[in-house]
Write a protein that binds this ligand. Structure first.
Ligand code: ADP
Ligand code: ZN
Length: 206
């Protein structure tokens, strides 16, 4: 929301697929908070060590220093009580407690800026993002460019055959795809029932 006067807390969420500029946008907002002379602390989950252990690095190579945490609860133990703006990247890997913790931080007057994937490689809402969106004051959905056709892309396409929910760090394993070009991966049997009819058809004919 970019207004850093006053001491009321709130939650801002930036969500979208990979390559949509979530990290860039988070970094931009956090830098502006610094320009407004706010005390800023930034956190990222341990799982994302793609480029750096002590920074958030966007795909276009903008950076900001960040503290690594194992889960959302650790944000509270690492938090300096003087911090006014809390940045959190890769929120979808932080665990379910993030919703409660973000609320707690906002209730105690902190601006909480969160970025994360809104859907997984099967196109399913990625917890805890849906709940976070519901409790946020401000939501921004970023779209990437579809690598197949150039349309706005809201999906993260997994290119390898892995069926693990989380595969991080392997370059070239994902690309952005639009609704039309997205092909949901081959899901495990137990996840099959949760797919939309469209995804089921796509999977069955794959
Ligand atoms: P995210 O955090 O959403 O993964 P980043 O902020 O790390 O995104 O990176 C965004 C940058 O990625 C863009 O500014 C652009 O330079 C680059 N990029 C690479 N592939 C794409 C794509 N398919 N669509 C849009 N931007 C892309
Ligand atoms: Zn497309």
């Amino acid at each position: 929301m970019d207004v850093f006067t006053g001491n009321m807390g709130w939650i801002e969420v930036v969500c979208g697929p990979m390559f949509s500029g979530k990290s860039e946008e988070l970094i931009r907002r956090l830098r502006r908070a610094r320009i407004a002379r706010k005390r800023v602390q930034v956190f990222k989950p341990v799982i994302d060590d793609r480029y750096s252990e002590y920074e958030i690095v966007s795909h276009s190579d903008t950076r900001i220093e960040a503290e690594v945490v194992n889960n959302a609860k650790e944000i509270l133990t690492k938090l300096d009580w003087r911090t006014e703006v809390v940045g959190i990247d890769e929120a979808n890997f932080m665990g379910p407690e993030l919703v409660e913790i973000a609320q707690q931080l906002a209730d105690t007057g902190k601006k909480v800026l969160v970025a994360g994937l809104d859907t997984d490689y099967l196109g399913r809402p990625f917890p805890p993002m849906p709940d976070l969106l519901a409790v946020a004051e401000s939501i921004t959905k970023t779209l990437a460019i579809c690598m197949r056709c150039g349309n706005p892309a809201k999906h993260t396409q997994r290119l390898s055959g892995s069926e693990d929910l989380i595969v991080v760090g392997a370059g070239g394993m994902y690309e952005a795809r639009c609704r039309r070009c997205f092909e949901a991966g081959i899901p495990k049997q137990e996840t099959f029932d949760f797919l939309s009819p469209k995804q089921r058809t796509a999977t069955a004919s794959a």
